[in-house]
Design a protein around this ligand. Sequence first.
Ligand code: ADP
Length: 197
Amino acid sequence: MLKIGITGGIGSGKSTVCRIFETLGIPVFYADTVAKEIMVTDPVLMEGISKTFGEESYTGGKLNNKHIAGIVFNNKEELAKLNALVHPAVFRAFDTWEETISADVPYTLKEAALLFESGSYRLCDKNILVTAPKEVKIQRVMERDGASRAEVEARMDKQLGDEEKIKMADFLIRNEESQPVILQVLELHRQFINLTK
Ligand code: ADP
């Protein structure tokens, strides 16, 4: 089945765009949500985390977020170790999920904040980048999360810039007021269906 990756910086509106695809009957795999779930359900991943970051990574079967965050926050090497455990587990979860999708579905979407950074885009047939002007993204996230401008900018600074991601993307969705996003989604939907013919 055709696999389409979709990503975008924080506040670009990638989750909103995915919901529009869902209304067209396209199943969406939300990689970041699944990553959080499997950290407390996938035995292979849990064992890897415990071995790498210590038994105190779990208390009573629950992830000790404080412990893990204390290790990986602002430490690139430790974060890379965590990602090296989590990303392959998410790939496995995606394969299992895809097996449950009806053959009548023309394609699936995989939404991931770190689609390009994780290398996950290479496993997709095509990739979409959702973009919006920086100021629009900041305003959206401040409103959505009740966060301050400084908090939003700090989160944005940790992500790869759109200039880098545009080079790797096959399709762009510009989620700004001047360009109705629903029409762009419908156009891509038409193109993806054509790709399956
Ligand atoms: P992301 O998943 O990329 O971080 P979201 O899809 O959560 O972004 O969008 C961020 C916020 O902006 C949400 O509150 C969403 O409802 C809003 N939003 C997204 N796109 C639009 C749009 N085209 N017009 C108005 N609000 C939007």
